[in-house]
Design a protein around this ligand. Sequence first.
Ligand code: NCD
Length: 361
Amino acid sequence: MAAIDTSGPKESVSSAGGAAAGGFADRHLLGLHGLGAPQVRSMLTLARRYAGHEADGSEDPAAWRATLRGKVVANLFFEDSTRTRVSFSLAAKRLGAEVIDLTAMGSSVSKGETVADTALNVAAMGVDALVMRHASSGAPRLVVRALQARVRAWDARGVVASVVNAGDGKHEHPTQGLLDSYTIAESHGRLEGFDLSGLRVGIVGDIASSRVARSNLACLTAMGAQVVFIGPPTLVPGVFEKMGAQVVHDIDAVIGTLDAVNVLRIQFERHGAAAGGAKAAPNVIASVREYHERYGLHAARLERLKKGAIVMHPGPINRGVEMTALAADDPRSVVLRQVRHGVAVRMAVLQMCIGNQGPAR
Ligand code: NCD
């Protein structure tokens, strides 16, 4: 799947109103897989400006509001979210866009409408970007196809929007991949050029269910880092080696070699875990307690971290399961830096998809 997708008829997905949008009209961000370093670097470099990391300190946040002035961004979240939804909203507002929020509950999705129909209807109101989260892998792609298929239909004239994937099933979560790479670059002094070569990044946990892991793998390998997927074979099958990751089932064998440890939640809801929530063991682990002992980030493992290594987590954290409260609050934890960078990265992505002017080069 192409990441920034420029396929399809030019007029199918263009900036509403036909305003000149430089070379960045007609854009979707569906995933990071297949992107090269130059594309990733251009997004991260633009984010650097919004994260306040530009060396000359010349940035003027008041001027940013022209970037999406007159634009409308719709959040279509069919799955729960705290960080991603709020940060897309903030990102859009900081660039001067209007934001509307729609969730599955309280929308016509609960009356049986398809996701594509919901999205087309929202786009028909003159929305410029559809930021979508959905439990089904590929749902954002489906919406792009629906937009493209209807473009020649009379009643769909003017129904144009960029689609930005905010997490689809187990597939991709591109802005999370970008913000994680950004945070690693910041912590290791790589903000100039975002070259991550020589760094080893461990991602621990429920890789099989994780869109975060897939987008991280694509982004990190594009920028030259080595990625190690760590967890039990039920959660980290060997097939990921074909995608370019190293697969390791014994965390203690590698913990001291990592420059960043990104810890993931077990996606209980995707394993059909019934009542019992985060404390119920799905059939892929023997028990939560055993998992914590074998793979959790706890004091003994923190001690073995390499000098300069950072601890990451995309959230939401299940304290006591994949990491202890102590690890989450450890000085090496950059969890809130990740959240902070999420806004900057999403500002960059929205600008590149629907900005009134192209990105700074
Ligand atoms: C993740 C997600 O929803 O994919 N969280 C996030 O967006 N920050 C990870 C998770 O739910 O475990």
